[in-house]
Design a protein. Structure first.
Length: 312
């Protein structure tokens, strides 16, 4: 496996052990708002884009959708190291970019400006930059490009598509909300629902109550998050995790809870919405990121200013 064309190691940040850390890769358009620059790239081409980025290399980019999430992740690292300075089970952030290193200098300067602890910047000219995720032990990949996300999921890496939106930076601790089916769990019940309707899905769930559900695309990331959370008591944890699912608690909640217990995955709060809109509950939780496979739920979250990531 070839190394990315150019990897810039951030010497201002203590490098983590990738075999122990929870490595998150974000693209530049997920962490910063590069919509104007991206438009310039599409309309005028790479040379004009590069010229623009070089001319503005000292002008910090505005924060993007995943920005508050990355800041909250840093807060968790700080709390972990306060309680155990030799702990290796930390978050590690790397930025994956299709920029050349010359035009990427603005990205590096922006990260420095905001004090973001990004350990590596990988500038890749390949069409499919996701081939480098496994070599960096990436456990979660956030991108603003749908093809990138689909390629990462095909490679077995937890991944989600981030939509650019205005985000109010919520306060700490880190709050992560997961949908259930086709995100944390497999889509087996979803498929029964499509074929046989709600009644069929309810009957299937009752029959399968004692059998844990299959793993969804974000299970591995959630499990690693759970492992970090177990370093703290529930009261003192800098991480809070939530399940917000369209399932009804009465008919379809039991199997979900049993599955989480079987996996040993700690969830702070679970909301069984029974098909009701998720926006109001998300507005109350104020998560740093919300993962869902339904675009209508993502839209509902965006309407209340919640940073959202779609798992296609």
């Amino acid at each position: 496996m070839a190394e990315p064309e150019s990897t810039v190691t951030n010497t201002n940040v203590k490098q983590k052990d990738p075999s122990k850390a929870l490595v998150i890769a974000v693209t530049t358009r997920a962490i910063f708002n590069l919509e104007e620059e991206h438009k310039l790239y599409l309309e005028k081409g790479k040379e004009e884009y590069t010229r623009h980025q070089q001319a503005n290399q000292d002008k910090p980019l505005p924060p993007g959708t995943a920005f508050a999430f990355i800041q909250a992740v840093q807060y968790v690292n700080k709390k972990i190291l306060e309680s155990n300075p030799s702990e290796k089970n930390l978050f590690d952030i790397l930025v994956l970019s299709n920029n050349s290193p010359e035009s990427g200098l603005r990205i590096i300067n922006s990260a420095k400006h905001y004090g973001l602890e990004i350990s590596k910047f990988c500038f890749v000219s390949d069409e499919d930059s996701t081939q480098y995720l496994k070599s960096h032990s990436v456990k979660l990949f956030l991108s603003a490009d749908r093809t990138d996300v689909c390629n990462a999921l095909r490679r077995g890496v937890s991944a989600a598509l981030v939509f650019q939106q205005e985000v109010q930076a919520p306060s700490t601790p880190l709050r992560v909300v997961f949908d259930g089916d086709a995100v944390l769990f497999s889509d087996e019940t979803d498929q029964i629902f499509q074929e046989q309707g709600l009644e069929g899905a309810v009957q299937y769930e009752r029959a399968m109550e004692a059998v844990p559900m299959g793993e969804g695309p974000l299970k591995a990331f959630a499990m690693h998050l759970g492992k970090m959370r177990k370093q703290f008591s529930q009261e003192k944890s800098p991480i809070r995790t939530y399940l917000v699912t369209a399932r009804s608690g009465r008919d379809m909640g039991i199997r979900a809870i049993k599955t989480l217990r079987e996996w040993g995955l700690p969830i702070d709060e679970a909301f069984f919405m029974d098909g009701a809109p998720k926006g109001p509950i998300l507005a109350q939780i104020q998560p740093h990121i919300f993962f869902d496979d339904g675009l209508h739920n993502i839209q509902g979250a965006q309407n209340v200013g919640v940073p959202s990531a779609w798992v296609p």
